[in-house]
Design a binder for this molecule. Sequence first.
Ligand code: SF4
Ligand code: F3S
Length: 110
Amino acid sequence: PYVVCEPCINCKYTDCVEVCPVDCFYEGPNFLAIHPDECIDCNACVPTCPVEAIYPDDEVPEEWQHYIEWNRYLAEQWKAMGYNITEKKGPLPDAEEWRNRPKSEKDILT
Ligand code: SF4
Ligand code: F3S
């Protein structure tokens, strides 16, 4: 499956959700997660993300390996809450400011 990594945090452009053929993105306050059991590895979402946050699980950069498990955990939580997202909406208000700032998984709001 594909994995949403750190650059998405506090940006959440949501371009990715529109192209997903199986609607497997789940939304939290400042991050999206892909449900690994639903993703069909089509690669459609990768080029749509303005901050290059999405990777196939076998190409996730070393420093972001923990996002593989985070996607599963968060997607399951948010799925249970009914937070499936399939339509693009505006990015978070401070997305441009956050774009090149250091962030970490601790910044993810649930
Ligand atoms: Fe959806 Fe395809 Fe991206 Fe998986 S790789 S999340 S199926 S668009
Ligand atoms: Fe996040 Fe990129 Fe989608 S910033 S919401 S993974 S388009």
